[in-house]
Ligand binder design. Structure first.
Ligand code: SAH
Length: 218
């Protein structure tokens, strides 16, 4: 069984990530290593390595593998960084980050998702992750500044606390747009200004909070 999953994972890397341009060897290795099937609901285990997002309950999703790899690569992680993640969800992206940096701080607004992710990641032996149930549009002030921040839900605008909590030269990757389509934006902090680059279109669930969408879908 585990052998089959390892094969599915290898196929995912070879057919979904590398041909689409993922180059960072460390990202490729992390995607090859982390058992994605352990982050999806039992009834979807056989679809865990397919090329699309999956439902994780609470109207939320675990992102498509390629998107996880693409966003992670854009953070330019070398191994010694402090990274803030907004939108823990299943904890899959959290595990990928934990493989690639020194310390991960992850924030999720739905307590039950956070607790399940924490249990899962603890069981897998990750000891460089801190968890918080909170509105991540406010960031996590206590441990700032961060070398990199990743937001895995779509926002109408860039929440300013996240820019404020970024280190000089730090990178923020966040989907910005309306509730149906967003652009993946990479922000780099340069003194008092920011540099912004669009990485392309994407579609995420809503980032809900003080500096995000005000409420759920009607
Ligand atoms: N990276 C996750 C994707 C989860 S979907 C994974 O790989 O599974 C996006 C998540 O963002 C959802 O779990 C949602 O509850 C969470 N979210 C939305 N708004 C948030 C906010 N303001 N603060 C923290 N988490 C938020």
């Amino acid at each position: 069984m585990n052998n089959n999953f390892a094969k599915a994972r290898e196929k995912m890397v070879k057919t979904q990530l590398i041909p689409r341009g993922i180059k960072d060897q460390r990202v490729i290795e992390a995607m090859q290593k982390v058992p994605r099937h352990q982050f999806v609901p039992q009834e979807l285990v056989h679809e865990a390595y397919n090329d699309y997002p999956l439902s994780i309950g609470h109207n939320q999703t675990i992102s498509q593998p390629y998107i996880v790899a693409f966003m992670t690569e854009a953070l330019d992680l070398k191994g010694d960084e402090k990274v803030l993640e907004i939108g823990t969800g299943s904890g899959y992206q959290t595990a990928i980050l934990a493989e690639l940096c020194k310390q991960v701080y992850t924030v999720e607004r739905i307590k039950e998702l956070l607790e399940n992710a924490k249990k899962r990641l603890d069981k897998m032996g990750y000891n460089n992750i801190m968890f918080k149930a909170f509105d991540g549009t406010l960031g996590w002030d206590e441990y700032k500044p961060y070398d990199a921040i990743i937001v895995t839900a779509g926002a109408p605008n860039i929440p300013y606390p996240l820019v404020e909590q970024l280190k000089e030269g730090g990178r923020l990757v966040i989907p910005i747009g309306d509730r149906f389509m967003q652009n993946l934006i990479k922000v780099t902090k340069k003194g008092k200004t920011i540099e912004q680059k669009s990485l392309g279109g994407c579609r995420f669930v809503d980032l809900i909070g003080v500096y995000g969408w005000k409420d759920k879908h009607p």
